[in-house]
Design a protein around this ligand. Structure first.
Ligand code: CUA
Length: 337
């Protein structure tokens, strides 16, 4: 094969890989696979921009090709008269101005809809970004959790977004656009999920070494299920009643966990505030380490002993524990439902 042939084959392979990779999972990118009015608006705007830029662009190239290749009568400069093609210039200018005006109107409308609530707030949730996890509070329900946001399906929810340290950005691509979380500011984002389900969210602003592993899950569920979830999360944890449980709590305090992680009803939030996630109901959560690890005993043990292995640069230091202390601690944590 000639060098040119090889380069062509390589290009064809790259294009084939790109084409097969994009829809391989049978879905559009999450931001275009809208499951709520906010994302639907943004996806609609994307397709409109694509159509109104690609179609005129392709038409221009087609006309150019026709002009270059067409067997037209040869004209010289002497044949050109003042005013020739004037109509085409006016028409082209008007069409271009019309397309730009349409895009401007569409994007301003989508922008104002994105900022406005889609109805009265069903629920207000405070989400605070930390390096590298999410503190989630339901101020009307005295519930605090982490890395998991539960909302009622089909209802508008007001999120008040803030940050404890650096700038983060809250993003659930299937539900809405990104909204920055800025220290000292509270930004509001209205989200609504039209279908029940679990939506992955992530931090969309580089915030440090573990930015890529700063994720969360947004669970949209029927109002009844949400009310039950809130009721269960509101209950403080009861202090352990048997020796094994008490031993687990002793390890929790002795190993230093209590400096950063509160357990309502047992370990009050430390003077330093919410350094690490509140663990009152940690065993009921779907994931560990901000949607990085599945929440099971093996990963919990690995995370407690060596968080820097899973998330180098996270704020949690490694903990050294004797096997029986670790087992007591794991039993205690797994009981926090
Ligand atoms: Cu937080 Cu990126």
């Amino acid at each position: 094969m000639t060098p040119r042939g090889r380069a062509g084959a390589r290009l064809a392979a790259v294009v084939a890989a790109a084409l097969s990779g994009a829809p391989a999972c049978g879905r559009l990118p999450a931001a275009l696979d809208a499951r709520g009015p906010g994302a639907a608006d943004i996806a609609g705007l994307f397709w409109l921009f694509l159509a109104l830029t690609v179609v005129p662009g392709a038409a221009t190239i087609a006309v150019l090709l026709l002009a270059v290749r067409g067997k037209r009568r040869r004209r010289t400069l002497a044949d050109v008269r003042p005013g020739d093609g004037h109509g085409w210039i006016v028409a082209g200018t008007l069409v271009t101005a019309g397309v730009l005006a349409a895009l401007l109107v569409a994007s301003v409308r989508a922008g104002s809809r994105a900022a406005a609530p889609s109805g009265p707030a069903e629920l207000t949730i405070d989400v605070r970004g930390h390096q590298f996890w999410w503190e989630v509070r339901y101020p009307d329900h005295q519930v605090v959790t982490a890395n998991e946001v539960h909302i009622p399906v089909g209802r508008p929810v007001r999120l008040r977004l803030s940050s404890a340290d650096v700038i983060h950005s809250f993003w659930v691509p299937e539900l809405h656009g990104k909204r920055d979380m800025i220290p000292g500011e509270t930004n509001v984002l209205w989200v609504q999920a039209d279908r029940a389900g679990v939506y992955r969210g992530s931090c969309a602003e580089f915030c440090g070494v573990q930015h890529a592993l700063m994720a969360f899950e947004l669970v949209a569920e029927p109002p009844g299920a949400l009310a039950a979830w809130l009721r269960a999360r509101r209950a403080p944890s009861a202090p352990p009643s048997d020796d094994h449980g008490r031993r687990g709590l002793e390890v929790y305090v002795a190993a230093g966990c209590a400096h950063c992680h509160a357990i309502q009803g047992v370990v009050p939030p430390s003077a330093t505030g919410s350094v690490g996630p509140d663990l009152t109901h940690v065993a009921s959560r779907r994931t560990l380490a901000a949607a990085t690890l599945p929440n099971n005993r093996g990963y919990l043990a690995g995370w407690v002993l060596n968080p820097q292995h899973h998330k180098p640069g996270s704020r949690m230091p490694p903990v050294t524990l004797a096997p029986d202390s670790l087992m007591a601690l794991l039993d205690y944590l797994e009981g926090l439902r």
